[in-house]
Design a protein around this ligand. Structure first.
Ligand code: SF4
Ligand code: SF4
Length: 464
């Protein structure tokens, strides 16, 4: 049933991927294999290899990248960040944001066209598989008209398998490769929750690459939405040289040509994965700068004996005035901010200690009075070992006259990159408390390079 049969049609096309009656306009781009495609092909497969290997490879016994949300630990290139590293994480996050601002201001949506996993996997894994199994653009349009075909079913099956592989790669960034391998080699019933997460991620990937596709870039991606504020008139874009191309006129070999260089062949449009016409000019939000229209048009220009570059990498300013300016205030500001943040990050990383210690109050009552009359405080000591080797952490009371420390695990052994928590009891006479409180100092050391004093406040009865 056509749900839009009674709906009024829009006067003009609002979105490249939507028909005037509001239904989805399926984009079936025709691949253009020019010099930019070849460059992107190499970059894409380099990135696919990198994306796949990062969670598998290890540095100093730790994964290159692991976002362990359950344990609230982030490992980046051998360094482990804990939630207590608020300043470092904040600096890192700000640096990433400012870096994105800077890169976008200079090179526009180069990330979208060359590096984003959505484009990389769509254009260099799923799309080639689709063409291989189902046929090219014309065959796909025919199948769209008939609804379904055996080849399309096989394609979906293959897409599902590829999506399962991708989902596992993606999950490895969050649970670690070793744990994931354990899940993959044991029956799903032994880790049902994890299996359901993996299945859900697979279905998301399958839906995204098999059905949602360019809509992710046009409608869902926040980075795409922010382009209008991140780019300026000097930023690199893929643009059509209107002054050179217009007025358009179809190519007739034997006729003398009086019009512009665009022969209105439409190849730049049929090759576009987001379904737009680059000749509509300006900064089009749907353009992901994939360079397919450059390759398509360059090929046409070569065939008709005209110079390449009617559609090319350019900027809005260059298209209007013929001039381009590289240095501008926002680049200077972004670069200065980035330099300051990287310096602060570098200093903080160099000065980072090899362990992170947190002392927490015990669960339950804040203190208890023992049959001997002494007051006992339970504490929990959490130690995260950031070093590359197993360490043994001892803790002692400093100036603890009249204080007794009872700890079943002292020293506490913590594996490299791991964290452990242990409980301990500190007992003292009730008379040592002032207004129900007693300040003490705990020394924690590993005999190698970690030695810190930590203040702690014991609680006890208020003596009158
Ligand atoms: S207009 Fe050109 S560069 Fe932009 S998305 Fe379409 S084909 Fe890619
Ligand atoms: S590919 Fe080039 S010549 Fe053909 S329509 Fe597009 S801009 Fe014009």
């Amino acid at each position: 049933m056509d749900i839009n049969s009674n709906a009024p049609e829009a006067q003009e096309q609002i979105l490249s991927t939507m028909n005037r009656d509001g239904s989805r306009r399926r984009i079936r781009p025709k691949l253009s294999k020019g010099r930019f495609y070849r460059g992107r092909f190499l970059a894409a497969w380099g990135l696919i290899l990198t994306f796949t290997l990062i969670p598998i490879l290890k540095l100093n016994g730790r994964p290159l990248m692991l976002f362990d949300i359950a344990r609230r630990e982030f490992t980046l290139f051998g360094s482990t960040f804990l939630p207590t590293d608020t300043f470092l994480l904040m600096l890192l996050l700000f640096s990433i944001f400012v870096g994105i601002f800077l890169v976008t201001a200079i090179w526009g949506r180069v990330w979208c066209g060359w590096g984003c996993p959505q484009t990389v996997y769509m254009e260099f894994v799923y799309r080639p598989l689709e063409v291989f199994i189902e046929g090219g653009r014309n065959q796909q349009i025919k199948t769209d008209a008939t609804g379904i075909s055996g080849r399309r079913l096989i394609k979906h099956l293959v897409f599902f398998v590829v999506s399962a592989f991708l989902a596992n790669t993606f999950l490895a960034y969050f649970v670690g490769w070793d744990r994931l391998l354990g899940w993959m080699t044991s029956p799903p019933t032994q880790h049902l929750a994890a299996f359901l997460v993996m299945l859900g991620t697979t279905l998301l990937m399958f839906g995204d690459f098999g059905w949602f596709r360019e809509q992710t870039c046009i409608l869902a991606c926040p980075y795409g939405r922010f382009q209008s504020v991140l780019l300026d008139r000097q930023s690199l874009i893929v643009g059509y040289d209107e002054a050179r191309g217009e007025p358009r006129q179809p190519w007739r070999k034997k006729e003398a040509r009086t019009a512009g260089d665009c022969i209105d062949c439409g190849r730049c449009v049929t090759t576009c994965p987001t379904g737009i016409d680059i000749r509509d000019g300006g900064l089009q939000m749907e353009c992901i700068a994939c360079t397919q229209c450059i390759d398509a048009c360059d090929d046409v220009m070569e065939k008709i004996g005209k110079p390449r570059g009617l559609v090319r990498y350019t900027s809005q300013a260059e298209l209007e005035t013929g001039k381009r300016k590289f240095i501008r205030p926002r680049l200077v500001v972004y670069s200065a901010m980035l330099a300051i943040m990287f310096s602060a990050l570098g200093f903080s990383l160099v000065g980072k200690s090899s362990a992170d210690v947190t002392i927490l109050r015990g669960l339950g009552a804040p203190f208890s009075v023992l049959p001997s009359g002494e007051v006992s405080n339970q504490i929990r000591i959490k130690i995260a070992n950031r070093s590359d080797e197993e360490r043994s952490y001892a803790f002692v009371l400093v100036d603890g006259d009249g204080l007794t420390l009872v700890a079943p695990e002292n020293p506490l052994i913590v594996a490299a990159g791991d964290s452990q928590m242990t409980a301990a009891f500190i007992t003292t006479q009730p008379s040592t408390f002032t207004a129900g409180e007693l300040e003490i100092s705990l020394r924690i050391f590993d005999g190698v390079d970690f030695d810190e004093l930590r203040p702690y406040r014991l609680l006890g009865p208020e003596m009158r």
